[in-house]
Structures are given as C-alpha cells and as structure tokens.
Design a protein around this ligand. Structure first.
Ligand code: SD4
Length: 338
C-alpha cells in the first residue's frame, strides 16, 4: 500500500471517527500508525516478544517466553509454548482434550513455520498428543511440508510420539449427548464465538526473526474428514521473515477462501502496518460472504518492525502479548458486534 493510499485511508478513518480505534496507538505502543501516515517512518520495536490468540495464550506465552530467555530459538519458543495448550486436557478446542467430529473422532490440525520459510504441517491426525511437535518433525526431517491422517499418525509413532485414546471419556459423553439432540436431523454444524479457540502464536527473537505455529482440534462436530485453515500454510499461518508473520482464528473455510494469513503478510509487504493488514484482510472476508451470521474470523500479525496488530469480524477476539515488561491480554479491534 503506498503512502497516498494510506493517507486516503487515514483521512477516511478520521471522517468515520475511526482514527483512534483503527489507526491509533495504544498506551503500550503496540498498535500503530497515525503518526506514520505523516512521517512514514515506521517505529522500530524490535525486541523479543510473543503473541498468541485467545486467553489460553497467556500460559502458552509464559512457556514460550521462558524458552527464549533460556537461550531457545523463536522456533523452540513456538513449539514449547503451543505444547502447553495441547497438554491442557480441559481445553476443548486444542489437542487431545478437543471436541470430536460428528462421528466421534478427535482429529487434530497443526502447522509451524520458521524464519527461513521452512514449514511443516499435520492434518486429520488422531490420537497423538502433540501435533505441533509432529509438524516440526515433518519440517525438519522430511522432504515434505504436510502429512495427513493415517500417514501422519504412522510417522508420529515411528518418531516416538505416544498414542493416546481419544475422545477423553468426558468429551465422549458430551458428544453422545449432542448426537441424541440431533436426532437424525442433518444440520449444518453450528459454529459460534464460544468455541473459536484455536491457538496461533508468533514469536520474534532479539534479532527480529519471526516464527509461528498454530494448533487446533478444529470445528466441533465437523464432518469426518474436514480440515480447516489451521494446518494450511498461507491460511492459518504465514511467515515471511523479510516482512512479518500472521496467524488466523475462526471459521477456517472463510479463512482458506482468501488465503488469510498470506494476505495479511502480502499487505504488510506493500507497506501496511500489522494492524492495517489484519483489518484489510477481515474486510476482504466480509466482502466475500453474503451471510456473516456467526462468521467470526480474526487475524493476529507482527510486522518486521515488531509492531503488532489484531482485527476480527466480530468483537470478542483477544490475544496474549508478552515481552520483557508486559504479559497481558489485549482486545483486538473489530468490524461489528454480535
Ligand atoms: C478451524 N480455524 O478449524 C479453526 C477453528 C478456530 O478458533 O480457529 N477456532 O476452522
């Protein structure tokens, strides 16, 4: 995006009274960029920082931060951080505690990408406790990017990952209850903002290198075989270390349709801030969908200068932010309210 267009958007934002909410700078200096519209000089905020989606990001960021502080790489931080969420058996949308598809199978999706644009991914993986680590193994030890289903599971077992029986008993009981309620009526699976809880994480190290990861059990009661955006490089996650990184959460089908995370990164390449890129990508989703009922999607991004932005279709999306001085939740900006 060129300077003239930014100024145009800035002026429009002011007319609409959006300048503070969309382009303003927060007290912690995370979001940008009204000033940059004038001086066009992005602020450098390069120091280690971790961001991740939703409340469960706090515990994950904590571990990721410790990993970096103990000499780990940004990639180690991503893996270790996301493993915390995957290990939480009370989490119904990430890892083996996740909700099953409509046939009772818990199928997990995850991917990881580093500062050299190396990436690994697993999808439709069943009964393995750490999909993010399997994704890293795919990236580091194979010639491939993505393994799915039985092949991914066999690969995990060959590489020493342990098998876990899923669904967990309490999850199975919930699924059985759901099945009963359905009483053979074939409905579209419902998605709402309460069960949008995939974790996507971005980490920047002290040299400004960016890595990212994403892990989920996906849409509860999805059709058997459904894979969302989360394991798809360019949809659920994209990193280009020259430009920045982005992760997505929400209705995967809508995110895939516009190659969401890749779109965010490409907009940053054209000069948009992390915040502007997330907003414009959400705008694109809104434009492509006639019916936005229940269609929540959110993007979280970090640009090469270390600026962070997050934007969602509806209110309610938030993210965990961690650096040397702060460890806290921040609400994303949004287009509309529920
Ligand atoms: C999916 N994007 O499988 C995931 C779900 C999600 O927060 O992000 N929930 O479509």
């Amino acid at each position: 995006m060129d300077r003239r267009k930014l100024i145009k958007i800035g002026a429009l934002g002011s007319i609409l009274g959006l300048s503070k909410s969309v382009f303003g700078e927060t007290s912690n200096g995370i979001l940008i960029k009204e000033n940059n519209l004038i001086d066009n000089e992005p602020k450098k905020m390069i120091y280690p920082k971790i961001v991740s989606t939703w409340n469960h990001g706090m515990a994950a960021n904590q571990k990721a931060w410790e990993t970096i502080k103990n000499g780990g790489t940004a990639l180690d931080a991503i893996e270790q951080g996301l493993r915390v969420t995957e290990s939480d058996l009370t989490n119904r949308s990430v890892g083996i505690g996740g909700m099953p598809d409509r046939t009772g199978h818990v199928t997990l999706d995850a991917c990881i990408m580093d500062e050299q644009s190396r990436c690994g991914s697993v999808a439709f993986l069943e009964g393995i406790d750490h999909p993010i680590s399997v994704a890293r193994k795919v990236m580091e030890t194979t010639q491939h990017v993505m393994l799915v289903g039985k092949g991914a599971k066999d690969f995990a077992i060959e590489n020493g990952f342990s098998k876990i029986k899923t669904p967990l008993p309490e999850v199975k009981a919930e699924w059985k209850k759901w099945l009963k309620e359905q009483e053979k009526i074939v409905k579209q699976p419902q998605i709402n903002h309460e069960n949008h809880d995939t974790i996507g994480m971005l980490a920047m190290d002290k040299d400004g290198n960016i890595c990212g990861g994403c892990t989920t059990s996906g849409w509860a009661y999805k059709l058997h075989g459904r894979v969302g955006d989360s394991p798809i490089i360019g949809a659920g996650l994209f990193i280009d270390n020259e430009v920045g990184g982005a992760v997505a959460t929400g209705l995967g089908e809508a995110i895939i349709r516009i190659a969401g995370s890749h779109t965010v990164v490409e907009l940053m390449r054209q000069g948009a801030s992390a915040m502007e890129a997330c907003k414009e990508t959400v705008d694109r989703i809104i434009k492509k969908h006639k019916n936005l009922e229940g269609l929540q999607c959110g993007f979280l991004a970090i640009d090469k200068n270390g600026s962070v932005g997050a934007f969602s279709v509806y209110n309610g999306f938030n993210f965990a932010y961690t650096d040397e001085k702060q460890h806290k939740m921040i609400d994303a900006h949004f287009d509309r309210t529920w």
